[in-house]
Design a protein around this ligand. Structure first.
Ligand code: ATP
Length: 210
């Protein structure tokens, strides 16, 4: 079966950045090879899951040898397209939006927040690090000029759907939605929804029940 025919589970794809970050740390500490047991201990993911995840990508390691760190690193880099910079725009520079612009993704130096937009005249023009908050009026023009691929929504829920329509129309294919609103988008657009309230609630549930 060719690689293209295998459907890689979403859960596996979600773990790839974790693998990438860990292997990158090993590489920078001059570690040559790593076993699935060591990966498992370092990442707190059970080794059967790691082996299954890696099996979707063909022969990444050898029995009894483990995995070659620099090979793994190159593999994840290419798979995650780490050699291309992914540019991200934030819409809504309130408390959460400001925090995210400041944070600017330490997981990888290959993705960065390149633009931020708001409607509030008191916020527009403000600098957060190198990023100047721009008027949402200029959204289409800026994302085209800067080749932005992903939008993060940190606006009030009531503004989310109409903004999703607008960014989708402008050609954006990925939205990270921090609003409580469920978004309807064309099937060619991927939306990941992060609801911090629900995450916290589910953590409390697990703490009580396990
Ligand atoms: P949070 O802590 O959730 O970021 P906040 O209280 O700082 O919230 P919100 O009312 O949630 O602020 O709004 C977040 C930001 O989104 C504000 O700066 C607001 O001006 C901006 N905003 C609201 N509607 C739009 C819109 N349609 N387009 C762009 N920005 C918007």
């Amino acid at each position: 079966m060719s690689k293209e025919e295998i459907k890689i589970p979403k859960a596996t794809l979600k773990r790839l950045p974790l693998y990438y970050r860990f292997v990158d740390t090993l590489y920078n500490s001059n570690v040559d090879r790593v076993s699935s047991k060591e990966l498992s201990e370092g990442l707190q993911i059970d080794s059967a899951t790691i082996r299954r995840d890696f099996s979707y990508f063909g022969e990444l390691g050898k029995k009894g040898y483990g995995y070659n760190v620099s090979y793994l690193l190159n593999f994840f880099k290419t798979t995650l397209q780490q050699d291309m910079i992914t540019k991200v725009a934030i819409i809504g520079v309130g408390n959460l939006g400001t925090a995210l612009v400041n944070y600017n993704f330490t997981v990888s130096d290959r993705m960065k927040i390149a633009a931020a937009f708001d409607t509030n005249p008191e916020v527009i023009g403000r600098h957060i690090g190198r990023i100047e908050v721009q008027d949402i009026e200029h959204f289409e023009e800026v994302i085209k000029k800067q080749d932005i691929q992903i939008v993060i929504l940190t606006v009030p829920g009531a503004a989310a759907q109409s903004l999703a329509n607008r960014v989708t129309k402008a050609g954006i294919k990925g939205i990270l939605n921090f609003t409580p609103e469920r978004l309807t988008v064309p099937s060619s657009v991927h939306v990941h929804h992060i609801d911090l309230g629900i995450e916290l609630q589910s953590l409390i549930f697990f703490m009580k029940n396990h």
